[in-house]
Design a protein around this ligand. Structure first.
Ligand code: G6P
Length: 594
């Protein structure tokens, strides 16, 4: 995690860096800082957010600098541990995202050589290593320093007397924003959308030197050329656009994310999907791997591949991938990752590659590392997502799961046609759920008074109950757990009572009768029930304490509508509790450490 930025050009660097850093706060917000290069290096750091840093700054004429927003790993959340980190003489400044695995050994060696350390971070060794190797040639010194480092990094370096930025990456994302008489670096292209629509996605091992007019890149000591790509995301997409929080804006962008992800793929001519048909058939087994919300999309995929394709698929949490590694055999590994940068997912993919499995990435971010590791990529078209809690990207991932399953399905043509027709209606149906927002807000305000909640469902909606519970925990800090309805009575019933509200997904599919029974059992133990039901449901009115009604769709598609209802429920519960919705405590959107 952590976000880094760099600028060299003609504008006052401080304003550019602050603006870009704010765009990267989703990567961490424990502390932040920047270093500005003029005749000297001026460094400012602050615990907390970029907004807090602004208060300790004075105007600066510098037109080059680097910045950092931190999610603490090595060393506590203190100003001393905030980046940038400097060498002994304050001549060299470094910002870094990643982990230097051998930093203890390097630090001991540097201390023995007389270097003075001021932080507990792994990053500080980089500044001292560059100092040790510096003989007037900054690129060479950075190259020598990197040769001693084991671990992952995206970093940027400034040095007094050298009007340039040096940036380098290995296993952490880094993008060059290409401008006219100015250039940028950033962990993510979203940071530079206000300034440019051209980007170079650096590769592992690249060392890049930037001045205002030149960008040169080397890898393993040799000059390399990298493609400049147009950026399709725009600055407007990363503004709140009148909404109080990005989370709410992004829930409302769900219908567009769904429509864009389906676009012409519904005709099933999407090349990467077609390609996967062959791979799916050739594969012995399919493993879907992901973390967090994306893992819940993987669980949906597992269900759909079994149900629609008769393919035995298994969803595996990426950090648990080691457990399946020994049995990988001609399997197809499908990684679902919004960012394409989650360290656990990338590690799983690298293992899959070394076992010669086929790999497909389902990703939202163009140029991300997962897209480079995998044989094929299917992009979800959700646009940039800023809020830490995933909403529209989760909807788009679900749609990708439906598309993948449909393109391989063994359904008879009539059933298939009905399902496809129903899918086309999804954006409008999601909009209908959004129209019920104020009622869900009132229900959420009631839920917000509790400290715990259960989410319960059966079958294809069980992953959605899991996602609903995760969303509520993430943004409202209410402790929430999800259960397959039939499992609740095997232990967790012990917790039922008036202080344990239960949110039950009760769509009119083949699980409905059993779910009704579960609701009665829950009610008999005195727990309040909020049921999410079809709008024409008449049977549950008498049993549940409260109902959220969603429009009627094909039975297999209720997960999409239920998701939106639960996202709104979590958002408004968090709002009722006064939580920092877009930046929940201790979380980061993109977890780039294992
Ligand atoms: C973090 C985020 C989650 C996200 C997960 C996986 O934990 O807070 O919202 O679902 O990472 O991220 P990915 O980018 O791989 O989908």
């Amino acid at each position: 995690m952590c976000g880094i930025v760099g600028y060299i050009g003609y504008r006052p660097a401080q304003a550019v860096l602050l603006n870009s850093l704010q765009r990267l706060e989703y990567r961490g917000y424990d502390s932040c800082g920047l270093a500005l290069l003029d005749h000297a290096i001026e460094s400012h750091r602050s615990v907390g957010r970029v907004e807090d840093l602004k208060h300790v700054l004075t105007p600066s004429p510098a037109t080059a600098g680097i910045g950092h927003t931190r999610w603490a790993t090595h060393g506590g959340v203190t100003e001393a541990n905030a980046h940038p980190h400097m060498d002994c003489k304050n001549n060299i400044a470094v910002v870094h995202n990643g982990i230097i695995e051998n930093f203890q050994a390097l630090k001991s060696q540097l201390l023995a050589e007389g270097h003075k350390f001021r932080s507990e971070t792994d990053t500080e060794v980089i500044a001292h290593l560059i100092e040790k190797h510096f003989d007037g040639d900054l690129e060479r010194a950075v190259g020598f320093a990197l040769a001693e480092i084991q671990g992952s990094y995206a970093m940027a370096v400034l040095c007094i007397g050298c009007r340039k930025l040096i940036a380098a990456r290995k296993e952490s994302p880094l993008v060059v924003g290409v401008g006219d008489r100015e250039n940028f670096i950033a962990s993510d292209v979203a940071a530079v959308l206000d300034y440019t629509d051209r980007a170079i996605y650096l590769e592992d091992g690249d060392i890049c030197t930037l001045s205002e007019r030149e960008i040169s890149i080397s890898n393993c000591g040799k000059g390399v050329s990298r493609k400049t790509c147009p950026v399709t995301w725009t600055a407007d997409q990363v503004q709140k656009g009148g909404y109080e929080h990005f989370m709410l804006k992004e829930i409302h962008e769900g219908p567009k994310a769904i429509a864009d992800t389906m676009s012409d793929r519904l005709s099933l001519v999407e090349p990467s999907v077609i390609l996967e048909v062959e791979k799916l058939r050739a594969a012995r087994g399919v493993i879907l791997t992901a973390c967090g919300s994306s893992y819940h999309a993987a669980l949906l995929g597992e269900y759909l591949l079994a149900r629609l394709c008769r393919v035995s698929a298994r969803a595996v949490i990426s950090s648990e991938f080691d457990e399946v590694e020994p049995v990988l055999d001609k399997d197809l590994i499908i990684a679902i990752t919004q960012s394409g940068e989650t360290a656990d997912v990338l590690r799983a993919l690298r293992k899959a590659k070394s076992a010669e499995c086929g790999t497909l990435a389902i990703v939202n971010v163009v140029g991300s590392t997962a897209t480079r590791i995998c044989d094929n990529t299917m992009f979800v078209q959700a646009g940039p997502e800023v809020s830490v809690a995933a909403t529209k990207t989760f909807m788009a991932q679900m749609i990708s799961m439906y598309l993948l399953a449909l393109s391989n399905s063994v359904l008879d043509p009539r059933t298939m046609a009905t399902l496809l027709e129903s899918m086309k209606l999804l954006p409008a149906k999601v909009n209908e759920v959004l129209l019920g927002e104020s009622q869900i807000a009132a229900q959420a305000a009631r839920l917000a008074k509790f400290d715990d909640a259960f989410f319960v469902a059966r079958g294809i909606n069980y992953p959605i109950a899991m996602e609903g519970a995760l969303k509520l925990k993430e943004v409202s800090y209410i402790h929430a757990e999800a259960y397959a309805a039939g499992e609740l009575k095997h232990g967790s019933f012990a917790l039922l009572g008036p202080r344990m509200p239960v949110v039950v997904l009760a769509p009119p599919d083949e699980t409905y009768t059993n779910i009704q029974t579960s609701i009665k059992e829950i009610k008999a133990r005195g727990a309040p029930v909020l049921a999410v039901v079809d709008k024409s449901d008449t049977e549950l009115e008498g049993f549940a304490d409260d109902l959220i009604r969603v429009p009627s769709v094909h039975p297999l598609l209720y997960p999409v509508l239920n998701t939106v209802a639960l996202q709104l429920l979590a958002y408004y519960a968090a709002r009722a509790r006064g939580c920092p919705i877009d930046r929940p405590a201790n979380l980061a959107k993109s977890v780039t450490v294992a």
